[in-house]
Design a protein around this ligand. Structure first.
Ligand code: GAL
Length: 388
């Protein structure tokens, strides 16, 4: 049915209401976010989807079995909100669930899949996040994702399908075939360094399960939240993360090909947050058209480093390499990269010209190896060009 054969080609870029606002959402907030997307440069940087997560509907369907937006939160209705977002050249996302109820207890789409897909299309929805709570145990999740995928592909509108089953049931083995364009591979992120680190480490060996048209979604970003969530589970009691930790979080998600869905309140974002979220070089790496996963290299000497110290290398379409030197440990480390390990032999006579994607400056030309010193919980991301 779809005209847009490129839907889901690249990881989605956008904003989602859940991390900061959870149940406390309304149409003015969503309009404000759309305004900020344009005025603060998010749209120009490539962010396009504005997604309302859970808690948008009434607790009951209407007499025709249709979902009903909460009239107190969304008095103008979803169609008007979609129009507002579309008028700004942006796209509109919503949320439902494979089960009988959403995780927060609102009606889910179980046995209403085709009806709900049609309604979403009528409202002008462009993106559906589809959660995993209250799933009847005897029905397979794989089947339910296939069902909604088919419903969306036949609803008359291009709707990006964002599966969210938290990495359960070996999802990476069957989700691409289901038709989903992205899939959550982990449990919910929290605004803490431990959470960021654990999610990233859990996906390092899954590089072959992400790519064009079905991206590994490592969960929405917590960059810029600083503990500011109305949900105690997401917000950290110690005030979120440091700026360097947010920078490392963004670098990991960007390098590993995750969709980048902003989770902070962009109406109040400070300059550091904007510099992280709007880093053009990192966004270009994430959005590279070949959509390759990043492979991991252990720094030399191998025996010296723990598993939380590693390099990630992503092969880019133009022949460059994106290389991330990640030190997730709690002490400063020297990370020695031997170019041999990424395919460049000394005998070739070639060197690498390195550009620092955070300092936005050339580092220089190196042959055989490069040994940066990286502070604790920090990273260096370079774009490397093969030169004579
Ligand atoms: C979780 C999901 C979160 C959020 C929440 C809403 O299952 O992982 O991202 O959508 O439900 O209730």
């Amino acid at each position: 049915m779809t005209d847009n054969q490129l839907l889901g080609l690249k990881p989605a870029l956008g904003w989602n209401s859940w991390n900061t606002f959870t149940w406390d959402i309304n149409e003015q907030l969503i309009r404000d976010v759309a305004d900020r997307f344009v005025s603060e440069g998010y749209k120009d940087a490539g962010y396009e989807y504005i997604v309302i997560d859970d808690c948008w509907s009434l607790k009951e369907r209407d007499e025709d079995g249709n979902l009903v937006p909460d009239p107190e939160k969304f008095p103008g209705g979803m169609r008007a909100l979609a129009d507002y977002i579309h008028d700004k050249g942006l796209k509109f996302g919503m949320y439902s669930c494979v089960g009988t109820h959403t995780c927060a207890g609102f009606p889910g789409s179980f046995e209403h899949e085709f009806q709900d897909a049609k309604l979403l299309a009528e409202w002008g929805v462009d993106f559906l996040k589809y959660d995993y709570c209250f799933k009847p145990r005897q029905v397979s999740g794989e089947l339910l994702y296939k069902r909604m995928s088919l419903a969306l592909k036949n609803c008359g509108r291009d709707i990006l399908f964002s599966a969210c089953n938290w990495g359960e049931d070996n999802v990476y083995q069957w989700i691409r075939e289901s038709g989903a364009h992205m899939y959550r591979s982990t449990g919910d992120i929290q605004d803490s360094w431990e959470s960021i680190k654990n999610l990233a480490l859990s996906q390092l060996d899954k590089a072959c399960y992400t790519g064009s048209f079905c991206h590994n979604d490592m969960d929405m970003l917590v960059v810029g939240m600083y503990g500011d969530s109305n949900d105690g589970f997401i917000g950290s009691t110690i005030g979120g993360c440091s700026d360097n930790e947010y920078k490392t979080h963004f670098s990991l998600w960007a390098m590993m090909g995750s969709p980048l869905m902003i989770g902070c309140d962009i109406r109040n974002a400070n300059q550091v947050t904007k510099d992280i979220l709007l880093n053009k070089e990192l966004l270009n790496i994430n959005q590279d058209v070949e959509g390759r996963g990043a492979f991991r290299i252990k720094p030399e000497p191998q025996w010296f480093h723990s598993d939380d110290v590693f390099m990630l290398v992503k092969v880019l379409a133009d022949g460059d390499l994106a290389i991330g030197f990640f030190n997730l440990s709690d002490s400063q480390r020297e990370l020695s990269l031997q170019f041999w390990d990424l395919g460049l032999s000394y005998a070739s006579g070639h060197s690498l010209e390195l550009y620092d994607c955070w300092a936005h400056e050339h580092i220089g030309q190196f042959k055989e190896r490069y040994n940066p010193v990286v502070p604790a919980r920090d990273c260096l991301v370079v774009r490397a060009k093969v030169v004579q």
